[in-house]
Design a protein around this ligand. Structure first.
Ligand SMILES: Cc1ncc(COP(=O)(O)O)c(C=O)c1O
Length: 380
């Protein structure tokens, strides 16, 4: 928290707007609209935004939806909520996001078979946009609508345009671990104001106008509360500062590891601004000296939490029956990728502690490496 949030929350209590309507909600949506130049509706989670977004794109029972395999399950679970089926695509190594060449290949083949999917969920992973121009060209060519899962990428940019403004509809998350938070919440944004209004209608149980409780469509209880929107208003004031703080942490780690072998920061694609929501690194155990999981254990042993990169969806039991294309890149990133502590409130001291443990781990492995280097010529 920045400290500014309490003012808005207290105002909600003082004015008794303790519901899913109220001035904080209106203002929160308005600020997002001003920032992105799009219509916005505040929801109870990013997952809800993806669910409603897919429904806006017309996804329903029997449809297929393309989705990157390397992501969090919330990107594709709403596909199942709607009775549709996800089809998974691999990542490209240069951004870790959806591979545009593979997308083109799959769409071209499916066009011949008359099996064009209903939509694409594209994910901006860990705060970095996917290569949207290339993705857009393929989707336009084959008439596939795009939902941007920008849950992890508020504040990221792609060729001068903000994440969330690059597809037909987009979802943000304000979950507790995100760039900014409402403790739990999300936002659906779109250029299509009529879609935003439709999502707002669905999010409040699709109640028809008039005083009676009449319903002609299926709705959900997905609206954000006015109290939580107040937290969001305070958080939005520090969004750019939070982006700077997260980037500083990632680059501080990268600079400290510059002389270590086999540990590299997630690629920073030249086309945009990567917020580095999470500081992700790739371990080459042959050069680093120990495996990624051994590094996680060493950090854990001194109370430092780190995590593997997302487990690809095509490897999940829930999704093992689904069609998937490629997967080697995502599998490799999952096997070798590590997310280091990344919170914007991480003290310098804590960051240095993380750095020290990683350096010590690398040095402990370096003995083995030196031995291996020495052993090879003698065997030759
Ligand atoms: C890529 C991605 N998509 C969707 C979500 C879902 O957002 P929420 O937790 O607000 O439902 C998250 C994070 O939780 C995420 O990381």
């Amino acid at each position: 928290m920045s400290g500014g949030e309490a003012r808005y929350v207290e105002e909600a209590f003082r004015s008794n707007w303790l519901s899913t309507v109220g001035p904080n909600l209106n203002a929160f949506e308005q600020r997002i609209e001003e920032r992105l130049g799009l219509g916005a509706v505040a929801l109870s989670s990013g997952t809800a935004a993806i669910h409603l977004g897919l429904r806006l794109l017309g996804v329903g029972p029997g449809d297929e939806v393309l989705c990157p395999t390397l992501t969090f399950a919330a990107s594709c679970n709403p596909v199942l909520y709607l009775g549709a089926t996800p089809v998974f695509l691999d990542s490209e190594p240069s951004s870790w996001n959806l591979d545009p060449d593979l997308l083109e290949f799959v769409l071209k083949r499916r066009a011949v078979q008359n099996r064009i999917p209903k939509a694409l969920v594209v994910v901006h992973l860990f705060g970095q946009c996917a290569d949207m121009d290339a993705i857009r060209v393929s989707c336009d060519r084959y008439g596939v609508s795009i939902l941007e899962d920008a849950a992890e990428a508020l504040g990221a940019m792609y060729r001068g345009r903000p994440a969330g403004s690059l597809g037909d509809v987009a979802a943000f998350s304000f979950n507790g671990n995100k760039m900014i938070t409402t403790t739990g919440g999300g936002m659906l944004v779109s250029r299509r104001r009529d879609w935003v209004e439709k999502a707002r209608f669905w999010s409040t149980q699709a109640r028809d106008s008039g005083i009676a409780f009449e319903h002609s469509e299926l709705g959900y209880n997905y609206r954000l509360s006015n109290v939580l929107a107040g937290i969001g208003l305070g958080q939005l004031e520090v969004l750019d500062q939070r982006v700077r703080e997260r980037r500083i942490i990632a680059f501080r780690y990268a600079e400290a590891f510059r002389n270590l072998k086999g540990i590299t920061l997630m690629p920073q694609a030249a086309y945009g601004l990567h917020t580095n929501w999470l500081s992700c690194f790739l371990i080459d155990s042959g050069r680093f000296g120990i495996e990624r999981d051994q590094l996680i254990s060493r950090l854990n042993a001194v109370d430092i939490e780190s995590r593997p990169v997302w487990k690809p969806m095509h490897l999940q039991k829930l999704y093992e029956q689904c069609e998937s294309h490629g997967g080697r890149v995502a599998e490799d990133l999952f096997r070798r990728g590590i997310c280091l502590p990344s919170s914007s409130n991480l003290t310098l001291e804590d960051q240095e502690r993380v750095i020290r443990v990683v350096q010590e781990a690398a040095n402990s492995g370096a003995h083995k490496q030196a031995y291996a280097d020495f052993a090879v010529p003698s065997r030759v």
